[in-house]
Ligand binder design. Structure first.
Ligand SMILES: [Zn+2]
Length: 381
Protein backbone atom coordinates (compact mmCIF):
# COMPACT_ATOMS: atom_id res chain seq x y z
CA UNK A 1 0.00 0.00 0.00
CA UNK A 2 1.47 3.28 -1.03
CA UNK A 3 1.85 6.02 1.48
CA UNK A 4 1.53 8.75 -0.99
CA UNK A 5 -1.97 8.98 -0.09
CA UNK A 6 -3.32 11.97 -1.74
CA UNK A 7 -5.10 13.97 0.71
CA UNK A 8 -8.31 14.24 -1.31
CA UNK A 9 -11.27 16.01 0.06
CA UNK A 10 -14.21 13.90 0.68
CA UNK A 11 -16.46 13.45 -2.37
CA UNK A 12 -19.24 15.47 -0.85
CA UNK A 13 -17.06 18.59 -0.47
CA UNK A 14 -16.19 18.49 -4.22
CA UNK A 15 -19.86 18.50 -5.16
CA UNK A 16 -20.62 21.40 -2.83
CA UNK A 17 -17.78 23.47 -4.21
CA UNK A 18 -19.03 23.13 -7.74
CA UNK A 19 -22.58 24.14 -6.79
CA UNK A 20 -21.33 27.22 -4.90
CA UNK A 21 -19.29 28.25 -7.94
CA UNK A 22 -22.25 27.91 -10.21
CA UNK A 23 -24.40 29.98 -7.86
CA UNK A 24 -21.81 32.75 -7.84
CA UNK A 25 -21.71 32.75 -11.64
CA UNK A 26 -25.46 32.77 -11.86
CA UNK A 27 -25.67 35.63 -9.37
CA UNK A 28 -23.17 37.65 -11.36
CA UNK A 29 -25.09 36.96 -14.56
CA UNK A 30 -28.34 37.86 -12.93
CA UNK A 31 -27.00 41.08 -11.49
CA UNK A 32 -25.50 42.02 -14.85
CA UNK A 33 -28.76 41.31 -16.62
CA UNK A 34 -30.65 43.23 -13.96
CA UNK A 35 -28.34 46.20 -14.29
CA UNK A 36 -28.74 46.10 -18.03
CA UNK A 37 -32.49 45.87 -17.68
CA UNK A 38 -32.79 48.81 -15.29
CA UNK A 39 -30.34 50.94 -17.20
CA UNK A 40 -32.27 53.76 -19.04
CA UNK A 41 -32.22 53.62 -22.83
CA UNK A 42 -31.54 56.74 -24.85
CA UNK A 43 -33.74 57.50 -27.85
CA UNK A 44 -33.98 60.57 -30.07
CA UNK A 45 -37.41 62.15 -30.38
CA UNK A 46 -37.74 64.86 -33.01
CA UNK A 47 -34.00 65.53 -32.73
CA UNK A 48 -33.93 65.69 -28.93
CA UNK A 49 -32.18 63.00 -26.95
CA UNK A 50 -34.37 61.49 -24.26
CA UNK A 51 -33.88 58.78 -21.67
CA UNK A 52 -36.60 56.23 -21.36
CA UNK A 53 -36.81 53.37 -18.89
CA UNK A 54 -36.40 49.88 -20.17
CA UNK A 55 -39.63 48.40 -21.39
CA UNK A 56 -40.96 51.78 -22.49
CA UNK A 57 -43.15 51.78 -25.58
CA UNK A 58 -43.99 54.44 -28.15
CA UNK A 59 -47.09 55.23 -26.08
CA UNK A 60 -44.92 55.99 -23.03
CA UNK A 61 -43.45 59.03 -24.80
CA UNK A 62 -46.78 60.85 -24.62
CA UNK A 63 -48.11 63.68 -26.85
CA UNK A 64 -46.10 66.40 -25.04
CA UNK A 65 -42.84 64.84 -26.20
CA UNK A 66 -43.38 65.58 -29.88
CA UNK A 67 -42.88 68.78 -31.80
CA UNK A 68 -45.79 68.04 -34.14
CA UNK A 69 -49.40 68.33 -33.09
CA UNK A 70 -52.69 66.84 -34.17
CA UNK A 71 -54.70 68.56 -36.92
CA UNK A 72 -57.70 70.81 -36.22
CA UNK A 73 -61.37 70.31 -36.96
CA UNK A 74 -62.34 73.00 -39.44
CA UNK A 75 -65.78 74.46 -40.01
CA UNK A 76 -67.17 74.67 -43.52
CA UNK A 77 -65.92 78.26 -43.75
CA UNK A 78 -62.38 77.21 -42.82
CA UNK A 79 -62.43 78.52 -39.25
CA UNK A 80 -61.27 76.17 -36.50
CA UNK A 81 -64.21 74.70 -34.61
CA UNK A 82 -62.21 72.31 -32.46
CA UNK A 83 -58.47 72.76 -31.85
CA UNK A 84 -56.63 69.39 -32.20
CA UNK A 85 -59.94 67.87 -33.32
CA UNK A 86 -58.44 66.60 -36.58
CA UNK A 87 -56.19 63.63 -37.40
CA UNK A 88 -53.66 62.59 -34.71
CA UNK A 89 -49.93 62.98 -35.31
CA UNK A 90 -48.06 60.20 -37.11
CA UNK A 91 -45.05 58.66 -35.29
CA UNK A 92 -42.17 57.09 -37.24
CA UNK A 93 -39.69 54.81 -35.50
CA UNK A 94 -36.48 54.43 -37.42
CA UNK A 95 -38.29 55.51 -40.56
CA UNK A 96 -41.29 53.21 -40.23
CA UNK A 97 -44.76 54.02 -38.95
CA UNK A 98 -44.86 52.97 -35.29
CA UNK A 99 -47.73 51.50 -33.32
CA UNK A 100 -48.27 52.70 -29.75
CA UNK A 101 -47.33 49.33 -28.22
CA UNK A 102 -43.94 49.04 -29.92
CA UNK A 103 -41.03 48.70 -27.49
CA UNK A 104 -38.37 51.36 -27.62
CA UNK A 105 -34.73 50.36 -27.95
CA UNK A 106 -31.71 52.39 -27.16
CA UNK A 107 -30.62 54.38 -30.17
CA UNK A 108 -34.09 54.52 -31.74
CA UNK A 109 -34.82 57.59 -33.83
CA UNK A 110 -38.39 58.75 -33.37
CA UNK A 111 -39.85 61.39 -35.68
CA UNK A 112 -43.34 62.88 -35.51
CA UNK A 113 -45.40 64.18 -38.41
CA UNK A 114 -48.28 66.63 -37.89
CA UNK A 115 -51.86 65.30 -38.17
CA UNK A 116 -54.02 66.52 -41.02
CA UNK A 117 -56.90 68.98 -40.49
CA UNK A 118 -60.38 67.56 -40.88
CA UNK A 119 -63.40 69.39 -42.23
CA UNK A 120 -66.77 68.99 -40.48
CA UNK A 121 -69.53 67.07 -42.21
CA UNK A 122 -72.60 68.77 -43.70
CA UNK A 123 -76.19 68.41 -42.57
CA UNK A 124 -79.28 69.30 -44.58
CA UNK A 125 -82.55 70.03 -42.81
CA UNK A 126 -85.99 71.30 -43.76
CA UNK A 127 -86.85 74.62 -42.13
CA UNK A 128 -90.27 76.25 -42.00
CA UNK A 129 -90.52 79.63 -43.76
CA UNK A 130 -92.91 81.92 -41.87
CA UNK A 131 -95.64 83.66 -43.79
CA UNK A 132 -96.37 87.36 -43.55
CA UNK A 133 -99.71 89.07 -43.07
CA UNK A 134 -101.25 91.48 -45.54
CA UNK A 135 -103.77 93.85 -44.00
CA UNK A 136 -106.42 95.06 -46.41
CA UNK A 137 -108.79 97.96 -45.93
CA UNK A 138 -109.63 100.11 -42.96
CA UNK A 139 -112.09 100.01 -40.10
CA UNK A 140 -112.69 98.65 -36.64
CA UNK A 141 -113.83 95.20 -37.69
CA UNK A 142 -111.22 92.63 -38.53
CA UNK A 143 -111.27 89.12 -39.98
CA UNK A 144 -108.73 86.69 -41.30
CA UNK A 145 -109.73 86.10 -44.91
CA UNK A 146 -106.96 83.82 -46.15
CA UNK A 147 -105.06 81.65 -43.72
CA UNK A 148 -101.30 81.86 -44.04
CA UNK A 149 -99.35 78.74 -44.95
CA UNK A 150 -95.66 78.48 -44.05
CA UNK A 151 -93.20 77.52 -46.75
CA UNK A 152 -90.33 75.04 -46.68
CA UNK A 153 -86.64 75.83 -47.06
CA UNK A 154 -83.76 73.36 -47.36
CA UNK A 155 -80.79 74.51 -45.33
CA UNK A 156 -77.34 72.93 -45.44
CA UNK A 157 -75.10 73.66 -42.47
CA UNK A 158 -71.85 72.48 -40.94
CA UNK A 159 -72.79 69.69 -38.52
CA UNK A 160 -70.60 71.09 -35.71
CA UNK A 161 -70.47 74.83 -36.35
CA UNK A 162 -74.00 75.35 -37.63
CA UNK A 163 -72.56 77.69 -40.28
CA UNK A 164 -74.99 77.90 -43.19
CA UNK A 165 -73.56 76.78 -46.51
CA UNK A 166 -76.60 76.95 -48.72
CA UNK A 167 -80.31 77.56 -48.52
CA UNK A 168 -83.02 76.84 -51.08
CA UNK A 169 -86.71 77.63 -50.82
CA UNK A 170 -88.61 74.46 -51.82
CA UNK A 171 -92.10 75.81 -51.20
CA UNK A 172 -92.88 79.54 -51.01
CA UNK A 173 -95.03 80.62 -48.04
CA UNK A 174 -98.55 81.88 -48.69
CA UNK A 175 -99.23 85.12 -46.88
CA UNK A 176 -102.27 85.44 -44.65
CA UNK A 177 -104.78 88.10 -45.62
CA UNK A 178 -106.50 89.99 -42.84
CA UNK A 179 -109.36 92.23 -43.87
CA UNK A 180 -110.33 95.33 -41.94
CA UNK A 181 -113.75 96.78 -42.68
CA UNK A 182 -116.54 99.04 -41.48
CA UNK A 183 -120.04 97.88 -40.73
CA UNK A 184 -122.74 98.46 -43.31
CA UNK A 185 -122.78 102.05 -44.49
CA UNK A 186 -125.25 104.36 -42.80
CA UNK A 187 -125.50 102.46 -39.54
CA UNK A 188 -124.58 104.93 -36.83
CA UNK A 189 -123.56 102.48 -34.16
CA UNK A 190 -120.54 102.21 -31.84
CA UNK A 191 -119.39 99.61 -29.34
CA UNK A 192 -118.02 100.58 -25.93
CA UNK A 193 -115.46 98.02 -24.77
CA UNK A 194 -113.80 97.60 -21.38
CA UNK A 195 -110.58 95.62 -20.85
CA UNK A 196 -108.57 94.01 -18.04
CA UNK A 197 -111.40 93.38 -15.55
CA UNK A 198 -113.39 92.34 -13.73
CA UNK A 199 -112.14 94.79 -11.12
CA UNK A 200 -114.04 95.45 -7.91
CA UNK A 201 -115.43 98.97 -7.62
CA UNK A 202 -114.29 100.16 -11.14
CA UNK A 203 -116.28 97.51 -13.01
CA UNK A 204 -119.23 97.92 -10.67
CA UNK A 205 -119.20 101.72 -11.07
CA UNK A 206 -119.12 101.32 -14.88
CA UNK A 207 -121.99 98.81 -14.68
CA UNK A 208 -123.99 101.34 -12.67
CA UNK A 209 -123.52 104.01 -15.38
CA UNK A 210 -124.40 101.60 -18.22
CA UNK A 211 -127.52 100.44 -16.32
CA UNK A 212 -128.69 103.99 -15.71
CA UNK A 213 -128.11 104.95 -19.38
CA UNK A 214 -129.49 101.65 -20.77
CA UNK A 215 -126.31 101.11 -22.79
CA UNK A 216 -124.77 97.69 -23.50
CA UNK A 217 -121.00 97.24 -23.21
CA UNK A 218 -118.49 94.55 -24.10
CA UNK A 219 -116.15 93.43 -21.33
CA UNK A 220 -112.90 91.73 -22.39
CA UNK A 221 -112.03 89.85 -19.22
CA UNK A 222 -108.78 88.29 -18.06
CA UNK A 223 -109.01 84.70 -16.80
CA UNK A 224 -106.92 85.54 -13.72
CA UNK A 225 -109.24 88.45 -12.86
CA UNK A 226 -112.42 86.39 -13.35
CA UNK A 227 -111.07 83.91 -10.78
CA UNK A 228 -110.48 86.76 -8.31
CA UNK A 229 -113.79 88.59 -8.80
CA UNK A 230 -116.29 85.98 -10.07
CA UNK A 231 -119.31 87.80 -8.59
CA UNK A 232 -118.47 90.94 -10.58
CA UNK A 233 -118.08 88.82 -13.75
CA UNK A 234 -121.51 87.29 -13.13
CA UNK A 235 -123.06 90.73 -12.65
CA UNK A 236 -121.73 91.78 -16.10
CA UNK A 237 -123.53 88.78 -17.63
CA UNK A 238 -126.70 89.26 -15.57
CA UNK A 239 -127.05 92.87 -16.76
CA UNK A 240 -127.01 91.87 -20.42
CA UNK A 241 -123.52 92.91 -21.51
CA UNK A 242 -121.25 90.89 -23.76
CA UNK A 243 -118.53 89.00 -21.96
CA UNK A 244 -115.43 88.31 -24.07
CA UNK A 245 -111.93 86.89 -23.69
CA UNK A 246 -108.82 89.02 -23.07
CA UNK A 247 -106.69 85.88 -22.46
CA UNK A 248 -105.73 84.22 -19.20
CA UNK A 249 -102.89 86.45 -18.01
CA UNK A 250 -102.42 89.40 -20.40
CA UNK A 251 -99.32 88.16 -22.20
CA UNK A 252 -98.23 89.81 -25.44
CA UNK A 253 -99.11 86.92 -27.76
CA UNK A 254 -96.65 87.94 -30.47
CA UNK A 255 -93.82 87.10 -28.04
CA UNK A 256 -95.16 83.65 -27.12
CA UNK A 257 -94.81 80.21 -28.67
CA UNK A 258 -97.95 78.68 -30.24
CA UNK A 259 -98.41 76.38 -27.23
CA UNK A 260 -98.51 79.33 -24.81
CA UNK A 261 -100.76 81.35 -27.14
CA UNK A 262 -103.21 78.45 -27.10
CA UNK A 263 -102.96 78.19 -23.31
CA UNK A 264 -103.62 81.93 -22.92
CA UNK A 265 -106.66 81.86 -25.21
CA UNK A 266 -108.13 78.67 -23.76
CA UNK A 267 -107.34 79.66 -20.15
CA UNK A 268 -109.22 82.96 -20.47
CA UNK A 269 -112.24 81.33 -22.11
CA UNK A 270 -112.26 78.47 -19.57
CA UNK A 271 -112.30 80.82 -16.57
CA UNK A 272 -115.17 82.83 -18.10
CA UNK A 273 -117.09 79.63 -18.79
CA UNK A 274 -116.44 78.25 -15.30
CA UNK A 275 -117.49 81.33 -13.33
CA UNK A 276 -120.18 82.86 -15.56
CA UNK A 277 -121.43 79.93 -17.64
CA UNK A 278 -120.76 81.92 -20.85
CA UNK A 279 -118.85 80.34 -23.76
CA UNK A 280 -117.14 83.06 -25.76
CA UNK A 281 -115.21 82.92 -28.99
CA UNK A 282 -114.52 86.66 -29.06
CA UNK A 283 -110.92 87.49 -28.26
CA UNK A 284 -109.12 90.76 -27.83
CA UNK A 285 -105.38 90.04 -27.81
CA UNK A 286 -103.54 92.06 -25.11
CA UNK A 287 -102.13 95.30 -26.61
CA UNK A 288 -103.92 94.30 -29.84
CA UNK A 289 -100.76 92.37 -30.68
CA UNK A 290 -101.19 89.84 -33.46
CA UNK A 291 -98.70 88.22 -35.83
CA UNK A 292 -98.62 85.27 -38.21
CA UNK A 293 -98.23 82.81 -35.32
CA UNK A 294 -101.10 84.13 -33.22
CA UNK A 295 -103.40 84.43 -36.25
CA UNK A 296 -102.76 80.77 -36.97
CA UNK A 297 -103.59 79.74 -33.39
CA UNK A 298 -106.66 82.00 -33.42
CA UNK A 299 -107.91 80.23 -36.55
CA UNK A 300 -107.31 76.77 -35.09
CA UNK A 301 -109.04 77.81 -31.85
CA UNK A 302 -111.89 79.32 -33.93
CA UNK A 303 -111.86 82.68 -32.15
CA UNK A 304 -112.95 86.03 -33.59
CA UNK A 305 -110.19 88.57 -33.08
CA UNK A 306 -111.39 92.01 -32.02
CA UNK A 307 -109.30 95.18 -31.99
CA UNK A 308 -110.41 98.82 -31.82
CA UNK A 309 -110.22 101.96 -33.90
CA UNK A 310 -110.77 104.55 -31.14
CA UNK A 311 -108.42 104.58 -28.16
CA UNK A 312 -109.77 106.57 -25.20
CA UNK A 313 -106.18 106.53 -23.83
CA UNK A 314 -107.73 106.20 -20.37
CA UNK A 315 -104.73 104.04 -19.41
CA UNK A 316 -102.55 107.19 -19.54
CA UNK A 317 -104.89 108.84 -16.96
CA UNK A 318 -105.13 112.18 -18.78
CA UNK A 319 -108.24 113.26 -16.83
CA UNK A 320 -111.93 112.47 -17.40
CA UNK A 321 -112.45 115.40 -19.78
CA UNK A 322 -109.60 114.37 -22.06
CA UNK A 323 -110.77 110.72 -22.08
CA UNK A 324 -114.24 111.85 -23.13
CA UNK A 325 -112.96 114.13 -25.88
CA UNK A 326 -110.57 111.42 -27.21
CA UNK A 327 -113.62 109.20 -27.75
CA UNK A 328 -116.21 111.70 -28.94
CA UNK A 329 -113.90 113.39 -31.44
CA UNK A 330 -112.72 110.17 -33.10
CA UNK A 331 -115.82 107.99 -33.06
CA UNK A 332 -117.22 107.06 -36.48
CA UNK A 333 -120.06 104.80 -37.52
CA UNK A 334 -118.96 101.26 -36.56
CA UNK A 335 -116.25 102.36 -34.16
CA UNK A 336 -115.00 100.04 -31.45
CA UNK A 337 -113.97 102.21 -28.51
CA UNK A 338 -111.20 101.00 -26.19
CA UNK A 339 -111.53 101.72 -22.45
CA UNK A 340 -110.47 99.92 -19.29
CA UNK A 341 -112.42 98.78 -16.25
CA UNK A 342 -109.47 96.90 -14.73
CA UNK A 343 -105.73 97.12 -14.23
CA UNK A 344 -105.68 99.90 -11.63
CA UNK A 345 -107.54 103.04 -10.60
CA UNK A 346 -110.20 103.67 -13.26
CA UNK A 347 -112.03 106.55 -11.58
CA UNK A 348 -111.27 108.83 -14.55
CA UNK A 349 -112.88 106.34 -16.94
CA UNK A 350 -115.92 106.03 -14.66
CA UNK A 351 -116.21 109.82 -14.55
CA UNK A 352 -115.81 110.19 -18.36
CA UNK A 353 -118.37 107.54 -19.29
CA UNK A 354 -121.64 109.55 -18.78
CA UNK A 355 -120.22 112.40 -20.90
CA UNK A 356 -119.18 109.98 -23.67
CA UNK A 357 -122.64 108.40 -23.78
CA UNK A 358 -124.44 111.77 -23.71
CA UNK A 359 -122.33 113.36 -26.46
CA UNK A 360 -122.37 110.36 -28.80
CA UNK A 361 -126.13 110.06 -28.35
CA UNK A 362 -126.46 113.73 -29.23
CA UNK A 363 -124.60 112.93 -32.50
CA UNK A 364 -127.16 110.24 -33.25
CA UNK A 365 -125.21 107.14 -32.29
CA UNK A 366 -126.67 103.93 -30.96
CA UNK A 367 -124.67 101.66 -28.67
CA UNK A 368 -124.23 97.98 -29.48
CA UNK A 369 -122.05 95.10 -28.33
CA UNK A 370 -119.11 93.90 -30.46
CA UNK A 371 -121.09 90.84 -31.49
CA UNK A 372 -123.98 93.06 -32.66
CA UNK A 373 -121.56 95.30 -34.52
CA UNK A 374 -120.24 92.34 -36.55
CA UNK A 375 -123.84 91.27 -37.18
CA UNK A 376 -124.55 94.69 -38.69
CA UNK A 377 -121.71 94.04 -41.12
CA UNK A 378 -123.14 90.72 -42.12
CA UNK A 379 -126.75 91.75 -42.39
CA UNK A 380 -128.08 91.41 -45.96
CA UNK A 381 -128.71 94.72 -47.72
ZN1 LIG B 1 -105.52 94.69 -21.73
Amino acid sequence: MSNDVIDRPPRSRVVWGTVAGAIVILLVLALTAGWAASRPSTVTVDGVSREVSNGATVRTLGPGTYRSSAGDMLAVDGTVTRVRGGQPIQVLRNGHPATPDELLHSGDVIVSRPGADLRESLETTEVSVPFAISYLGKGSLIEERVPGVPGVRLVTRGALSGVEVSSTVLIQPNDAVVQRFHPRAGTKVVALTFDDGPWPKSTEAILDVLKREQVPGTFFMLGVRVKKAPAVARRVVAEGHQVANHTLGHRLLTKEKPKEIKHQIRGGAAAIKKYTGVSTRWLRPPYGGMNAKSWKVARVEKVHVVIWDVDSKDWTKPGAQKIASNVVRHAKPGSIILMHDGGGDRSQTVKALPTIIKKLRAKGYLFVTVEELYAVKRAPK
